[in-house]
Design a protein around this ligand. Structure first.
Ligand code: MYA
Length: 380
């Protein structure tokens, strides 16, 4: 089935009907305009300085009121301000890639971000950007502002000599190279039922609480939070693990320090030790609470499995150890996708299928579809 996409059909992305084209770059622009795209009257482009509390708070407020919701509008992602600062100030970030639109009265109306990343796509290594946090204020939806944001961020990224991007989205547009399914490991059954994340008859709650309340962590597993001192070994382990997948980042040590040294309520990372006390394995998750939109408007504390490197400890034992840590630390549900080696633990670690899918995209790079277990990239 092919449908018409007024914007996406004009862009250098794989089109639904394209078939035997060569994999790789689609079109490198000969010239890049030095002038920002025009905006409707009373709107202006602004660059947010996310290290400045006022700008960061404005961005937090826009996203917490207008960003991604589930299909039933029960929950909305509620990235904390500290999380946003962390996610946007990666090594090599450029503040002109934290692009927003303001009205003449000063209201923040829209946002899109690009962050640099070194990526392996099959056998090639390329400098790309990750695109994330695309958001248009609900009062301005369906007015074709998203294509303007995408074109302007493309121009700004192209100006730095970068022509490719990775992004993920719940919606299907031309054309994902892979699609993964969300899985959920319930921890706090009572809360998940109260917020309608899970629907269960009353008489099943205690049975489910018992079933999901126990996390079997094998004896003898030695795990501790990662520290700065682990950056070198974690970089090696992680890049080795990621080299298995078809699309995956290649992390510098600086990036490993930024992304994985634990930050309270943002990212938790663990190293696993051999009997000799050497670091052999690694696992991390990030914190992404959702605002509950119905009823008492509370918060669902969700952890999302992030990157890992598995060598000597069975993956399911590592995941259970991490789930146990999350449980003790007030996480209500742990989420993951059917990417990387996750199908090796999903069932054993009591993850259940969700109803959401995530589509994986590349901009300006033609890649034939791959199975989600070959995908090694996690975007927030
Ligand atoms: S994914 C998260 C996206 N954000 C949300 O879901 C938050 C809530 N929703 C909104 O804020 C709005 O609904 C958005 C669309 C802003 C999403 N990705 O302005 P419109 C296309 C790409 O009238 P609105 C994330 O952040 C749509 O198919 N395109 O629509 C990654 C249509 O085009 P076409 C999307 O609803 C973002 C056109 O926009 C998306 O008011 C990656 C309609 O525009 C989407 N999620 O606003 C962006 N949703 O007619 C691409 C709709 O052709 C980056 N559309 O079907 C590409 C790489 C750029 C850099 C390249 C560098 C080299």
């Amino acid at each position: 089935m092919s449908s018409t996409h007024k914007f996406w059909n004009t862009q250098p992305v794989r089109q639904e009907v394209s078939s035997a084209e060569e994999e790789g770059p689609i079109k490198i622009p000969k010239e890049v305009s030095k002038t920002p795209l025009p905006l409707p009257p009373n709107f202006s482009w602004v660059t947010l300085d996310v290290t400045n509390t006022n700008d960061l708070t404005e961005l937090y407020t826009l996203l917490s009121n207008h960003y991604v919701e589930d299909s039933d509008s029960l929950f909305r992602f509620n990235y904390s301000a500290e999380f946003l600062m962390w996610a946007l100030t990666v090594p090599g970030y450029l503040s002109q890639w934290h692009l927003a639109i303001r009205s003449s009265t000063g209201t923040l109306l829209a946002f899109i971000a690009a962050t640099p990343q070194h990526m392996k796509i099959k056998k090639e290594e390329v400098d790309i950007v990750d695109i994330n946090f695309l958001c248009v204020h609900t009062s301005l939806r369906t007015k074709r502002l998203a294509p303007v944001l995408i074109r302007e961020i493309t121009r700004r990224v192209n100006l730095e000599g970068i022509y490719f991007a990775a992004y993920t989205a719940g919606i299907r547009i031309p054309t994902p190279y892979s699609v993964a399914q969300y899985y959920h490991r319930p921890l706090n059954i009572k809360k998940l039922v109260e917020t309608d994340f899970l629907s269960l008859p009353d008489d099943k709650i205690s049975t489910y609480s018992k079933l999901y309340g126990t996390v079997v962590v094998p004896k003898g597993i030695r795990m501790r939070p990662m520290t700065e001192d682990d950056v070198d070994i974690v970089s090696d382990l992680l890049n080795q693990q990621l080299s298995k997948y078809e699309v995956a980042p290649v992390f510098s040590k600086e990036e490993v320090r930024h992304f994985f040294v634990p930050r309270k309520s943002i990212v938790d990372s663990f190293v696993f030790l051999t009997e000799n006390g050497e670091v052999s394995d690694f696992m991390s998750y990030y914190h992404l609470p959702s605002r509950v939109l119905q009823g008492n408007q509370g918060t669902l504390n969700a952890a999302y499995l992030f990157y890992y490197a598995c060598n000597s400890i069975p993956l399911k034992d590592m995941v259970n150890s991490v789930i146990n840590y999350a449980k003790v630390n007030n996480i209500d549900v742990v989420n993951c996708l059917t990417i990387m080696d996750n199908d090796l633990f999903i069932k054993d670690c009591k993850f259940g299928p969700g109803d959401g899918n995530l589509n994986f995209y590349l901009f300006n790079w033609n890649l034939n579809p791959i199975e989600s277990k070959k995908v090694g990239i996690v975007l927030f």
